[in-house]
Design a binder for this molecule. Structure first.
Ligand code: KIV
Length: 293
């Protein structure tokens, strides 16, 4: 995929899956390895989520990740997943202020990380930002329900839309974002009944996380899905692998082997021709000892 064709390709891929009734599979990736795994596993679309703030960079909140940090991760993900549609979150503070700011930041992710689309969180004024980015020829994925960028550092994530007023606000935002030209929408942590009602009136593909079974697709955070972070995972996550403990065990065994001189062994060393070694030794003796020794 290349940024130049971003709008067409990302939209076409998801729209075709929705039309065929084939569930869309999205996963986050933040580096070359997670992106290679996503590509090898045959997912439909990769999100360089600003959840990288928490799962990769160790911040308390997605509010803390910068444009430069996310660009580095997005470039690495693109190298690992050269053929998949790649969407990147625009970081908190990089698009809300004005249409010009939103378009300039979106352009950076397309030009410098070869992203096919960007994702932004929320409705209201954010729908205007989405319209401006789409107007500049860049595909936008919307995000409603729980908006991690609105959660203050250290505060817990909470389900959204359990009350009728809040649920209606989420529905209004979703329809507004569709009208603004977003090609797909993420719905996060919303009761299934509300998601189902919204999705039934949307024409664009919907991708859920903690939003139940009615969406056109699902997304999970890579580190949660494969059990990589060692941190507590949310209720809505299904963990499909548990990689953290085997990694700890591997590094623990390595440390034990180094400390007990069991690693490295004969199998791990480089050898050389004996005549070269003899020459080295003869000339090495002439080198003398460094003065500060
Ligand atoms: O940042 C992220 O990983 C996301 C997904 C949870 C949708 O926005």
């Amino acid at each position: 995929m290349t940024g130049a064709n971003s709008l067409g390709r990302a939209i076409a891929r998801l729209a075709a899956l929705k039309r065929d009734g084939a569930p869309i599979v999205m996963v986050t990736a933040y580096d070359v390895v997670s992106a290679r795994v996503a590509e090898a596993a045959g997912v439909d679309i990769v999100l360089v989520g600003d959840s990288a703030a928490n799962v990769v960079l160790g911040y308390d909140s997605t509010q803390q990740v910068s444009v430069d940090e996310l660009l580095v991760l997005a470039r690495a993900a693109r190298r690992g997943a050269p053929t998949l549609p790649l969407v990147c979150d625009l970081p908190f503070g990089s698009y809300e202020l004005s249409d010009d700011q939103a378009v300039a930041t979106a352009r950076l992710f397309v030009a410098e990380a070869d992203c096919d689309a960007v994702k932004i969180e929320g409705g209201g004024v954010i729908a205007d930002r989405a319209r401006a980015i789409v107007g500049a020829g860049i595909a936008v994925m919307a995000h409603v329900g729980l908006l991690p960028q609105q959660v203050e550092p250290g505060s817990a994530f909470q389900v959204k839309g359990r009350g009728a007023d809040e649920a209606l606000a989420i529905a209004r935002a979703a329809f507004e974002l569709e009208r603004a030209g977003c090609f797909a929408i993420v719905i996060e942590a919303v009761p299934e009944a509300i998601t189902a009602a919204i999705v039934a009136r949307l024409r664009i593909p919907s991708i859920g996380i903690g939003a139940g079974r009615a969406t056109d697709g699902q997304v999970l955070v890579f580190h949660d899905l494969v059990g990589l972070s060692g941190a507590r995972i949310p209720r809505f996550v299904q963990q499909y692998a548990a990689l953290f403990e085997p990694m700890v065990s591997g590094v623990r065994t390595y440390a034990r082997d180094v400390r007990s001189h069991r690693f490295p062994t004969e199998a791990h060393i480089y050898k050389m021709e004996l005549d070269q070694l003899a020459q080295f030794r003869a000339r090495f003796d002439q080198l003398g000892v460094p003065e500060d020794k």
